[in-house]
Design a protein. Structure first.
Length: 119
């Protein structure tokens, strides 16, 4: 038996996006010494808006749109990954994920409270 609410579906998508952001950041960090590598990223807010619209319409999740990050300074070897920028992005993704887990925990507790309201 599956118990899901719209909020739990939305939070699930939020966690998926936070995880995707962390994976993209890890890939950038792993390629910091790769000549010619260009940092990639995603627009978290736009992706979340799209995910909320999908949940509202009952559609399944679409793949995350990944693009090269514009405006970064490239080193002489063509690589534009900045460890400072990626560390900040990773911390942001971790904070988002922890926040999503806490909110999802509260949502499931709310559902459990409603199930056990008669006791």
């Amino acid at each position: 038996m599956e118990i899901a609410t719209r909020m739990s579906e939305e939070l699930g998508r939020y966690l998926d996006l936070a995880s995707d952001q962390a994976k993209l950041t890890a890939a950038n960090m792993a390629n910091i010494d790769t000549p010619g590598y260009r940092a990639v990223g995603m627009d978290f807010e736009a992706e979340m808006r799209g995910a909320l619209a999908e949940v509202a319409a009952g559609r399944s999740a679409h793949p995350v749109r990944v693009s090269e990050v514009d405006g970064l300074v490239a080193r002489p070897d063509g690589n534009d990954v900045s460890m400072d920028r990626e560390s900040l992005n990773l911390a942001e993704a971790q904070l988002r994920f922890k926040t999503g887990v806490a909110l999802l925990r509260q949502e499931y507790q709310r559902v459990m409270d409603a199930i056990h309201a008669d006791k």
